[in-house]
Design a protein around this ligand. Structure first.
Ligand code: FMN
Length: 311
């Protein structure tokens, strides 16, 4: 299936900049949208629902009257997120164009977003989650594959895309280790409708990441990315140097209990000082503006397409 009708013709380039905890804010979202790709942020990047509403107002005001791609927000659908109800209410009031749900796929939420014409895309790492999300009525699946930043999956994207497409007629958004225009094209060639890019956008001028985080990311190679549950209880990819700087031995720390409320709302040490990135880190060598990055991605995509067609 192609893009949902509500997104058709709205993106200049088949990319959504992924929501990233403590990294994506209004500046990055607006810069993405004004450069023709979907911009997103996690609602929890603001400490309160009132703060979340302020960011929505700011983004709407910046984009108003200008040609722009749609923006989206990320909601963590989990019992340890006490903000879910209030944030969903604001999302509906503001008619946020698309919502990315992580963890739970819930039909009530999908209905609420559909009520104003919004779309829901759900993060999945396996077929079982995909099936549940489709049953809940989502508009597309985000295939969070091996090598992604954050809570990555473990499936190889080539295998995962095809298996999803063989089983479900839905919009497919490919996530994991996409840092260049050639890789956006590869995701499309493998069957995805859109590419979903996180780590690459950490190293942009508009991201909220510390300068040291950006520098560490530029210096890192794919082999410096460590997939471990030992930071927050859920397996995620982190930069080895950052784990070491925080005194985390990968050999002998206990697995903490999963507590997303603590992890995400109290801005616990995890994520604030222990920096996540995906395998795409090794392809990132600069810290451009988002406008420069979008132009580069578009050029790389077109050049690669031309080269393949000329073969
Ligand atoms: C620092 C960081 C924070 C993230 N935080 C979130 C989050 O709050 N919610 C979410 O749905 N995904 C989160 N992700 C995952 C991204 O949305 C996306 O799936 C991933 O970054 C794509 O892989 P890539 O980083 O290799 O491009 C995060 C990723 C990173 C790197």
């Amino acid at each position: 299936m192609a893009l949902p009708i509500a997104l058709q013709g709205k993106l200049d380039f088949p990319v959504i900049a992924a929501p990233m905890f403590l990294v994506s804010g209004p500046d990055l979202v607006c810069a993405c949208c004004l450069n023709g790709i979907g911009g997103t942020f996690p609602a929890l990047n603001q400490r309160t629902s009132e703060g979340y509403a302020e960011w929505l107002n700011e983004i709407e005001a910046t984009l108003e009257g200008k040609s722009h791609a749609p923006f989206g927000i990320n909601l963590i659908v989990h019992k340890t997120n006490p903000r879910l109800e209030a944030d969903l209410k604001l999302t509906v009031e503001h008619k946020v164009p698309f919502v990315i749900t992580s963890l739970g796929a819930v039909s009530d939420l999908v209905d609420a977003v559909h009520s104003y014409g919004g779309l829901v895309f759900h993060d999945v790492t396996n077929m079982r989650h995909a099936e549940k999300a489709i049953q809940a009525g989502v508009d597309g699946l985000i295939l969070v594959s091996a090598g992604a930043g954050g809570h990555a999956g473990t499936l190889h994207p080539f295998a995962f895309i095809k298996e999803i497409k063989n089983n479900f007629d839905t919009c497919v958004i490919q996530s994991g280790a996409i840092s260049t225009g050639e890789q956006v094209l590869a995701a499309k060639a493998a069957g995805a409708d859109l590419a979903y890019i996180g780590t690459r956008f950490i190293a942009t001028k508009e991201s909220m990441a510390d300068q040291e985080y950006k520098n560490m990311l530029v210096a890192a190679r794919a082999e410096d990315i460590v997939y471990t549950p030992k930071v927050s209880g859920i397996p995620a990819n982190f930069i080895r140097q950052s784990l070491e700087d925080n005194g985390i031995s990968l050999d002998n720390i206990d697995n903490p209990d999963i507590d997303l409320g603590k992890e995400l709302i109290d801005e616990a040490k995890a994520w604030k000082t222990i920096w996540s990135a995906g395998h795409g880190a090794g392809n990132i060598t600069d810290i451009p503006t988002t406008a420069e990055l979008c132009s580069k991605l578009k050029k790389e995509y077109q050049d690669q397409l031309n080269a393949l067609q000329a073969e």
